[in-house]
Every structure is written in C-alpha cells, then in structure tokens.
Design a protein around this ligand. Structure first.
Ligand SMILES: NC(=O)c1ccc[n+]([C@@H]2O[C@H](COP(=O)([O-])OP(=O)(O)OC[C@H]3O[C@@H](n4cnc5c(N)ncnc54)[C@H](O)[C@@H]3O)[C@@H](O)[C@H]2O)c1
Length: 268
C-alpha cells in the first residue's frame, strides 16, 4: 500500500465500527487519509479509531451516530470538519439485512431496512454534499461513495426488501451523480456479493430460521456452487482495493458508476 495515496483526504465512513466499514477505515488511514468512523456503536467505533491511531499514518476519530437521523449525519460531518479542517470524501456504508419471503414482509421489516440502507444514504449524501458546497470549489472533485450490493442488480427471493433498498442505492448513485455534478462532486459506489462479516454471519442464521436453508453455512456453499464465477466467498480485504481507488484521485473522471466486487455473480 502506498502510504501517501490518500494524503489530504478527509473521509467520513458510516457503519465503520466493524465489517467492511472498519476494514476500509484502516486501509484508508494506512494510505494517509484522515478518517471519521461513524456508527451506532460509538464504543466499538472508538476502539477501531484507537487501533488505527496506534498503527500510525492517517488520523482516526469516532462519532456515535444513527444514520437514519438527519441531525446525526449533520453532526458527524461537523465532527469530521472540526477535527480535520474539511471533508472531501463520504463513504456511506452502514447497512443491515433481515430476510423475509415476499408474503411475510411487514411494515417493521420494510421500514427498518429501507431507513438504514436507503433513506440514510440519501441523508448522508445530502448533508455531506451541503458541507462540500459550503467549502467552495476545489481543484479535485469531492467524492461520495455508496455501498450497494449484488442485490442492487439481481432479484433475490429471500430478501425482497434488501433488494429494494439496494436498488435504491444504485439509483441514488446515478441520480446523485447527475444532481451534484455542477458542484464538482462525483458519486460512485461498489457492489459486493458475499462478504464474511457480522452482517452475513447473522444472515446465515436468519436464513435457517425462515426455512430458506437447512443448516448454517449452506447459503455460503450454495452461492459458491451456483452463483459465483470465482469459487469462493469474499472477505473485507477483497473490498478495500476498490474502495481505496474510488476515494483516490485515480477515479476523478468517473461518476455515476457502481463497481461490482462479487466474484462474477452479476454476470451469471
Ligand atoms: N456482508 C456482505 O456480504 C455484504 C454484501 C453486499 C453489500 N453489503 C453491504 O455492505 C455494507 C457493510 O456491511 P457489513 O457486512 O460490513 O456489515 P456489518 O454488520 O459488519 O457492519 C455494519 C455496521 O453498520 C452499523 N450500523 C447499522 N445500523 C446503523 C445505524 N442506524 N446507524 C449507524 N450505524 C449503523 C453497525 O453497527 C455496524 O458496525 C452494508 O451496506 C451492507 O448492506 C454487505
């Protein structure tokens, strides 16, 4: 890793206490970025920030936030700017899943997933863009990065609401790119497939509970067998290269794109 590739980048990452958000925070700081780790779990986010600071290079701070609340997004942006002087990249990563078959979806399931995965992404993008616009023009584009999913592009029978929410993330990426271009803000994203994180470990259990799979681990095995071109699941370390590219100057001439990092699932 080039320790200077992300020097001068001041990055807010939502959902950064664990999983892919935490891995990206570590990778960005290792490349010289200053990172603000926003999460519902403020203590775990702080512990991750401490770990990053102990490793040296870019600085890390943490902020407790509920991404579904506009004031928390505004506050997290403010905390980032207070600490680092400005914000030039936002990574909207917080997300969750709770599988249900179509006829079992209720309002609670719908609202929980749509609020965290989609509404909160819009709020985070808007509050971050508001600050970027207030900071005024800069030579390099400001960058918003959205986390989508294979579920942004493929209908999956067990997770209709998650698919709806992640198709929404793709729409926010494409519409945001159009709507924010005049402010020199690019909007891109990436779409993982199966990444072994606490989210997927819970999902694996939930899929047994709703009767979609017979045993824990079966979902991983079935997806590798039936859906993936590269015959293995992925880990957060498989994601950090693409996320770093999108945060870096190397992606300056891109906007409105969502890059699949899914072992080829989207092409099958
Ligand atoms: N794991 C996968 O296979 C996979 C695949 C495709 C896309 N994704 C997406 O990647 C992103 C990260 O997923 P992950 O697997 O690392 O998940 P994870 O559960 O490991 O981490 C998600 C983080 O988001 C935080 N969070 C949840 N609700 C929040 C809220 N209301 N406010 C603030 N923080 C909140 C959690 O506390 C947690 O730290 C999500 O958007 C997810 O949908 C995951």
């Amino acid at each position: 890793m080039d320790p200077n590739r992300l020097k001068g980048k001041h990055i807010l990452i939502t959902g950064a206490a664990r999983g892919m958000g935490a891995a990206n925070a570590e990778a960005f700081a290792a490349q010289g970025a200053n990172v603000c780790l926003g999460d519902l779990d403020g203590d775990e986010a702080q512990a991750m920030a401490d770990k990053i600071n102990a490793a040296g290079n870019g600085k890390a701070i943490a902020v407790k936030m509920d991404v579904t609340k506009r004031e928390d997004n505004r506050n997290a942006v403010g905390v980032t700017v207070d600490a680092f002087g400005s914000i030039n990249v936002g990574l909207f990563n917080a997300g969750l899943n709770k599988p249900r078959f179509f006829m079992d979806i209720d309002e609670d399931n719908w609202d929980m997933i749509m609020n965290v995965n989609t509404k909160a992404m819009w709020l985070g993008m808007q509050e971050t863009a508001r600050q970027m616009i207030a900071q005024g023009p800069q030579e390099k584009p400001y960058k918003l990065i959205n986390v989508g999913s294979i579920a942004s592009r493929k209908p999956l029978v067990d997770v209709t609401v998650y698919c709806t929410s992640k198709y929404g993330c793709l729409a926010l990426t494409e519409c945001g790119a159009l709507g924010l271009a005049e402010h020199n803000i690019t909007v891109n994203g990436y779409a993982p497939g199966v990444v072994v994180t606490p989210l997927w470990e819970q999902l694996d259990k939930d899929l047994v509970e709703i009767g979609f799979k017979e045993r824990e681990g079966q979902a991983y095995d079935d997806i590798v067998e039936n859906n993936l071109v590269i015959k293995r699941v992925s880990y957060p370390k498989d994601i950090i290269g693409t996320a770093s590219f999108l945060a870096s100057d190397d992606s300056d001439y891109m906007t409105g794109q969502m890059i699949s990092i899914d072992g080829g699932w989207v092409t099958k």
